[in-house]
Design a protein around this ligand. Structure first.
Ligand code: PGA
Length: 261
C-alpha cells in the first residue's frame, strides 16, 4: 500500500452561493470528525469554491481539517490582467491550493499549455500547492492518443524548472468523463495513472514519482469511488458534481476507507 496521503478535492466550479459556504463546511467538518481522526492522519480534504467564496471559505475552515483551494490563478503577482486572480493574494488570504489546467479552462476558455505554465510558475512562486489537471478528449482516446496527449500536457512540468515535490498533485481527468456520468473504468484510470507515475520517474526522480499524488476526476460518485480507489496509483479524487452535497462527497471519502482500510 502506498504511503501517500489520500486527497479528496471538491471542485465546485461556478456553483453555490456565498451563503452556502459556512453551513457546508460546518456540516462536512462535523462528519469528518466522526471518522475518528483518520482524516488528519491519512486523508486531506480540499474545497475549491468560486473565487467570490474564497474568503468566507478560508474563515469557515479555520480549526478544521478542511483546506481551501482556488479554481485558477493568474500568471503574475499583480498588474493589468482584467478578470484574473492574483496568486499572491490567494496566499495572503491563506488559500493554499489552486487547480490549474482544468479541461473547462482548456476547452471553453482556450487556455493552452504555455498559458498554464505561466500560471503554474506564478503559483509555485507563492508557495501554493497545485492540482494540475490533464486528460484526453473522446476522439483522442478513440484515436489511441491518450498517453501522447497526457504526456504533452505534463511537459510544462519540465519547463517549470524543477518541481516542488510537496506542492504538486496531478489530476487525471478524461474530458469525456467530466460531468457526463460516464467514469473511466478502474483499469482505464490505473493505466493512465501508472503512465503519469512512470513519466515523473523518468523525467524527474524516484522520489517525485513516489510522492506525487495522482487523483482521478470525472463522474466520481460514492458508488464508483471504492473500486477506483482500489487501484494502487489512484491517490484520491477531484470531484465536481458529487462534491456539491455533503452526503455524496462524504460518501466518496468513506468508501475510500473501505477500499484501503
Ligand atoms: P464531475 O467533474 O465530477 O462533475 O465529472 C469533475 C471535474 O471537472 O473536476
Amino acid at each position: 500500500m502506498s504511503k501517500r496521503k489520500f486527497l479528496f478535492a471538491a471542485n465546485w466550479k461556478m456553483n453555490k452561493r456565498v451563503s452556502d459556504v459556512a453551513p457546508f463546511i460546518a456540516d462536512l467538518n462535523r462528519e469528518l470528525e466522526l471518522l475518528k481522526g483518520k482524516v488528519a492522519q491519512d486523508f486531506e480534504v480540499v474545497i475549491a469554491p468560486p473565487a467570490t467564496h474564497l474568503l468566507p471559505a478560508v474563515d469557515s475552515s479555520k480549526n478544521t481539517a478542511i483546506q481551501i483551494g482556488a479554481q485558477n490563478c493568474g500568471h503574475a503577482k499583480s498588474g493589468a490582467f482584467t478578470g484574473e486572480i492574483s496568486p499572491q493574494v490567494l496566499k495572503e488570504i491563506h488559500c493554499e491550493w489552486v487547480i490549474l489546467g482544468h479541461s473547462e479552462r482548456r476547452h471553453l476558455y482556450l487556455e493552452d499549455d504555455a498559458r498554464i505554465l505561466g500560471r503554474l510558475k506564478a503559483a509555485w512562486d507563492e508557495q501554493l500547492k497545485v492540482i494540475l489537471c490533464v486528460g484526453e478528449t473522446l476522439p483522442e482516446r478513440k484515436g489511441q492518443r491518450t498517453t501522447q496527449v497526457v504526456e504533452r500536457q505534463l511537459q510544462i512540468l519540465r519547463e517549470a524548472s524543477g518541481i516542488p515535490e510537496d506542492r504538486l498533485v496531478v489530476a487525471y481527468e478524461p474530458v469525456w468523463a467530466i460531468g457526463t456520468g460516464e467514469n473511466a473504468t478502474p483499469d482505464q484510470a490505473q493505466e493512465v495513472h501508472q503512465f503519469i507515475r512512470n513519466w515523473l520517474k523518468s523525467n524527474f526522480s524516484n522520489s517525485a514519482s513516489e510522492k506525487t499524488r495522482i487523483l482521478y476526476g470525472g463522474s466520481v460518485k460514492p458508488d464508483n469511488s471504492q473500486e477506483l480507489m482500489g487501484k494502487p496509483d489512484v491517490d484520491g479524487f477531484l470531484v465536481g458534481g458529487a462534491s456539491l452535497e455533503v452526503s455524496s462527497f462524504l460518501g466518496i471519502i468513506k468508501n475510500a476507507f473501505k477500499s484501503r482500510g
